[in-house]
Design a protein around this ligand. Structure first.
Ligand code: CP
Length: 312
């Protein structure tokens, strides 16, 4: 099996429950991954994904190889029939097959470029490995999705909810750089699988892909959206419609304690303090960000355990 998107989860409830059991006893299955190697390939920077996926693999007894492919690997060509007489030195066809010889699972991080919607949605790096590798693939954040983050967020919501049907708000916040839609997309895909009252709030022009948000209520008034919320998940993303553009840097959209009210605050991290969210929220006891990061290990571990069960 591959873990490429939230769609690869057959039962979110069961996966969350399994992850919570792994959290209670992370080293219970150390023999499962013995003699197996995972290769983590990073085309972009990371702190949490790199360390939590490595930790998850180590908890399962695996060997781990990490490569910063973006800065250390050969530049890859993905096109078919290309005459490779310019900058790119290696074709995905060889690279994926070579990687497959050295490990049993490959995990890949390759962000959206945010210049060409069609190219980003084609997920050339991730799908290149899917097509040419002969081993299971794990998505550590691709152009359009970050399913390990969303699975960790589902674990956090499960641990922290006090109501059967909580109100969950996904709020856009300002950011000085154009950021991808991957975290927001996977969060929305995950929240579709939950029994929750969901609202998305952002300035006009920041609508996410309607094929992902489907029938979720969009509220352009952030204060109204946050009223009586149980969880407020804050994230910046660039415009999807005017692809990759920053349309607003309105500082009024920064999350504050006042807007948060009694809700729990969630963010995938890294976060820019006093741009995306004010210090008082991050330093207060309603913030779940450190626990969300902690749950990244158990999200990755449940995914790797399922893959190991299949390939053993
Ligand atoms: N949330 C997340 O994926 O963090 P990193 O980018 O540091 O891995």
């Amino acid at each position: 099996m591959n873990y490429l998107s939230i769609k690869d989860i057959d039962s979110l409830k069961d996966w969350v429950s399994e992850a919570k059991k792994l959290k209670e006893n992370p080293r219970e299955y150390t023999s499962l991954g013995q003699g197996k190697t995972i290769c983590l390939l990073f085309f972009n920077n990371s702190l949490r994904t790199r360390l939590s996926t490595q930790k998850a693999a180590m908890n399962l007894g695996m060997e781990v190889m990490v490569m910063n492919f973006g800065s250390e690997g050969w530049q890859l060509e993905f096109g078919d029939g290309v005459i490779m007489n310019e900058g790119k030195s290696e074709h995905i066809k060889e690279a994926a097959k070579v990687v497959s010889q050295f490990c049993d699972i490959v995990a890949i991080r390759a962000f959206a470029g945010l210049r060409d919607k069609e190219a980003d949605e084609a997920e050339v790096v991730l799908n290149g490995f899917v097509e040419y590798a002969s081993i299971p693939i794990v998505n550590m954040e691709s152009s359009v999705g970050h399913p390990l983050q969303a699975l960790a967020d589902a674990i956090t919501l499960d641990e922290q909810h006090t109501k059967e049907r909580p109100k969950v708000v996904l709020s856009w916040a300002p950011h000085p750089r154009a950021l991808p839609h991957a975290v927001a997309n996977s969060f929305v895909e995950m929240i579709h699988l939950q029994d929750a009252d969901v609202v998305i709030t952002h300035p006009e022009g920041y609508e996410l892909d309607a094929a992902i948000t489907k029938n979720i209520h969009i509220e352009y008034d952030q204060i109204k959206a946050c009223e009586n919320a149980d969880f407020v998940y804050v994230k910046n993303w660039s415009s999807y419609k005017e692809y990759g553009k920053i349309l607003s840097q309105d500082t009024n959209w920064m999350m504050t304690q006042e807007k948060l009210g009694n809700a729990k605050f969630m963010h995938c991290l890294p976060v820019r303090r006093n741009v995306v969210v004010e210090d008082a929220v991050l330093d207060g006891n309603q913030s779940l960000v450190i626990e969300q990061a902690n749950n990244r290990t158990y999200a990755a571990q449940v995914v790797l355990k399922k893959i190991l069960n299949e390939i053993n």
